[in-house]
Design a binder for this molecule. Structure first.
Ligand code: SF4
Ligand code: SF4
Length: 96
């Protein structure tokens, strides 16, 4: 089997378009979240493509709306830039 350059890069840096998708949902750990520790952070809310629907602010703190979250993972990817261990992670819906 020959692997194209594109497939090689996708394998290294992202999800293959043919990989099976497991339905996921974001789960927020408030104890690790900067905003829930009264620090100024809302990167996940700003980055969420469904901001205002899947991710809302309550008293300037992020809250995930599981029914509207599609598990894209953008919130986790941005959270890890401000936290060593992300305060928000996408888990499979079967774990939720
Ligand atoms: S990016 Fe992370 S630390 Fe910042 S508000 Fe979102 S979950 Fe909390
Ligand atoms: S997984 Fe995607 S849709 Fe769900 S809260 Fe995070 S950024 Fe928003």
């Amino acid at each position: 089997m020959t692997i194209s350059r594109r497939e090689l890069l996708l394998g290294a840096f992202g999800r293959s378009p043919t990989a099976p998708r497991v339905p996921g949902v974001a789960r927020l750990d408030r104890e690790r979240c900067l905003a829930w520790s009264d620090l100024d952070c809302r990167h996940c809310v700003d980055r969420c493509p469904r901001s205002g629907v899947a991710m809302i602010l309550e008293d300037f703190k992020p809250v995930v709306v599981p029914e509207a979250c599609d598990g894209c993972g953008d919130c986790e990817r941005i959270c890890v830039t401000v936290n060593i261990y992300p305060a928000i992670r996408v888990i499979s819906k079967s774990e939720a």
